[in-house]
Ligand binder design. Structure first.
Ligand SMILES: [Zn+2]
Length: 682
């Protein structure tokens, strides 16, 4: 009854009220659509970039650093360097967003140091980069690029580890592990707070921070601002190789020169000695950035003097040239609200060789908030929500990547081999931080502490290849994957240690280079140290050492291992180029072991007189070619001889046959007449 009644009820409803049913369906659909739209709107709101106040930026830095202490250290120039302050800024009371109440405190120049801090203490040559979000307080894009870059980096670092990691997140994690990125979002803190170009000091004086550096400037007219002092102190405490300084008002990526000492009034500038590398990095930054969505066209690239205008006392020329060109200037800023010791601007031979990019983020110093973009696809050029912030995050990452050439071991084809889909063992290497790949190869050993240069190497890839950084789909990361095949049988149950070696960018540096960025990738002896940091030249760049081990049961393991001092090169990497021949065995040392020739292993690693082991892959191929050729030639000769002999025999037989016919007649005649024993031959 109950079932029947319900059934009837439904039927009655269906029969008597079709319009109500339709209305209900439409209503439900509308609710669903509205909810979806609301969800989309919320999602969009969650990822859309927006302008923040000084207090909001400071609080965001505090919270983000507190949650990511291993990689993000927050400091301020006032606490660290005791430089005093220009004025008052609002900060949240109790250092919390939740109260929403601010109070005036002294303006501070906060900065973060983004790197793997645990390993940095053991790695004092890790290359360092500085980003200044602004020197002019009313140029608002740069500070927000700085903050959103920090947020993206820490997020990517966490994503870059574990099974859910992606190619991009693993790469970003690598960059944080292998670079030091110092970011000061608001160097002109009081200017940002007031949304004012210059730094207004509490004595009523106002100065332009980007005319305030000791380069082509009067001693009384530099280090007047706390903005310039904060940057100067960062330089005194680090050893920066590359800097981006954000501004706004035009749409330019500019590099040195930009001062009246090197440029004319009309903006015709001398070419800097590091021009080739500067231009290559700038071109990649420009390409990686692209347009700011539909809001701003692609950047113009060139010298600052020609694309913007020349200045005196600019931060960029000072950062790049104050160690080695122009007059030493020790500042004595008498009009500033506080004094600054002249010795703090004494010339240092190591600290001002920093290639610097002036990024003018667009014609509008404060573009519409809607043009800032979203966090949906920051590292995809032209991707969803592209705008001012995504494109400048991308160019910052491109510069960070370019700090130093490297090779990353990203995988192998072992799965395919174990499944029988591949015959050769292949290792995959991604070269990065470089522009032109000159050569690459793998070094390997069967012992972790082996003398790498004497163990073995793969075939060398020689190249003049210009590496791509932006994929056809807009993806931003080093695009090239190198594959190295091992032709020899793989040893079982015995680990192999290997690392990749890349040689790069030889055409972008010269003996005239003055920057650490160029000197560090030069063959020449470039060596500077300061503040316990150092920059040394290197003709080749090696990956982390990896170990791979596979067993007869089919299991395998590949992992990064701690580098051992024994893996060091002996200085001249070109001498170790395996194509040079001697000392680089092309076979796996473990093959001998697998074959039971244990005695030979030691000799193999130490370098041996066995000619097979002192040959490279191409040489071995040549040898095999010669052997094969000899065998083939011998076979041809044998076949030919057989053919010749058989032909001769046939001809002889044919000749005998002809004679025989005649003979037969003769013989027959003779036989008939006389008889003969020769008939037996027929
Ligand atoms: Zn500016």
């Amino acid at each position: 009854m109950q079932v029947s009644a319900r059934d009837g009820g439904v039927r009655a409803y269906g029969r008597k009220s079709p319009s109500r049913a339709a209305a209900a369906v439409v209503g439900v659909a509308l609710v669903v659509l509205a909810a979806a739209a609301a969800g989309l709107a919320c999602a969009k709101d969650d990822t859309a970039f927006r302008y923040r106040t000084y207090a909001e930026i400071v609080q965001t830095l505090r919270n983000t650093s507190a949650a990511n202490l291993a990689i993000l250290k927050l400091d301020d120039a006032q606490s660290r360097f005791r430089i005093g302050t220009a004025g008052q800024c609002e900060e949240f009371v109790g250092s919390s967003f939740s109260d929403g109440v601010t109070e005036p405190v002294e303006c501070k120049q906060y900065y973060v140091t983004l790197t793997n801090h645990a390993t940095w203490s053991q790695d004092k040559t890790r290359p360092q980069m500085l980003i200044s979000g602004e020197l002019h307080g009313n140029e608002r894009v740069g500070p927000h690029v700085s903050v959103e870059l920090i947020l993206m980096m820490v997020k990517m670092y966490a994503l870059g580890e574990g099974e859910d990691s992606t190619e991009v997140s693993r790469w970003i994690r690598y960059l944080i592990d292998h670079r030091v990125l110092v970011i000061m979002p608001m160097a002109n803190a009081v200017g940002f707070e007031m949304n004012h170009r210059e730094e207004v000091q509490d004595n009523g004086h106002s100065f332009d921070p980007n005319r305030d550096f000791p380069f082509n400037q009067k001693t009384s007219a530099c280090m007047q601002t706390f903005a310039a002092r904060a940057i100067n102190e960062l330089f005194r405490a680090h050893m920066f190789q590359l800097m981006i300084t954000f501004h706004g008002g035009t749409n330019v990526i500019g590099y040195e020169w930009g001062d009246y000492g090197h440029c004319s009034e009309t903006g015709a500038c001398e070419m800097a000695p590091d021009h080739a590398l500067m231009d290559a990095i700038g071109a990649r930054m420009k390409q990686t950035a692209g347009p700011a969505g539909t809001y701003e066209r692609e950047y113009t690239l060139g010298s600052m003097g020609s694309t913007v205008y020349p200045v005196n006392g600019g931060m960029e020329d000072w950062a790049y040239g104050a160690s080695w060109t122009g007059d030493e200037i020790q500042c004595n800023p008498v009009e500033s609200s506080s004094t600054y010791a002249p010795k703090k601007t004494a010339r240092d031979p190591a600290l001002h060789r920093c290639v610097t990019y002036l990024v003018e983020t667009g014609d509008q110093k404060i573009p519409d908030e809607g043009s800032l973009g979203t966090a949906d696809a920051i590292l995809v050029k032209g991707g969803t929500g592209d705008g001012h912030i995504p494109r400048n995050i991308r160019l910052s990452i491109a510069a960070l990547d370019a700090l130093q050439p490297y090779a990353r071991v990203v995988g192998s084809n072992m799965e395919e081999m174990l499944n029988g889909r591949a015959a050769k063992f292949t290792l995959r290497i991604v070269p990065g931080g470089l522009f032109t790949l000159d050569a690459a190869y793998l070094q390997w050993s069967t012992t972790k502490s082996a003398k790498m240069v004497q163990s073995g190497a793969t075939d060398v890839l020689y190249s003049d290849e210009r590496l791509q950084f932006v994929g056809s789909d807009g993806s931003v990361f080093p695009q090239r994957v190198l594959e190295f095949d091992f032709f020899a049988p793989l040893p079982l149950d015995s680990p192999i240690y290997f690392r990749a070696v890349v040689l790069a960018d030889s055409k972008l540096v010269s003996n005239d280079s003055q920057s650490h960025l160029a000197g560090a990738r030069s063959k020449e002896d470039w060596s500077f140290s300061a503040n316990s940091f150092a920059v040394h030249s290197s003709a080749a760049f090696v990956s982390a050492t990896h170990m791979i081990s596979f067993t007869s049961s089919g299991a395998y393991l590949m992992e990064q291992v701690a580098s051992d001092p024994g893996w060091g090169f002996d200085g001249d990497l070109y001498a170790n180029d395996p194509s040079g021949g001697a000392g680089n065995g092309a076979r796996w040392a473990g093959v001998d072991k697998a074959e039971g020739n244990d005695d030979e292993e030691e000799g193999d690693l130490a370098g041996t007189s066995d000619p097979m082991k002192s040959m490279t892959h191409p040489q071995l191929l040549k040898l095999f070619g010669i052997i094969f050729g000899c065998i083939a030639a011998a076979a041809l000769i044998v076949v030919g001889l057989i053919w010749v002999l058989r032909t001769l025999r046939k001809r002889a037989a044919a000749a005998r046959g002809g004679d025989r016919a005649q003979e037969m007649e003769t013989l027959s005649a003779w036989e008939w007449s006389e008889g003969s024993s020769e008939n037996e031959e027929v």
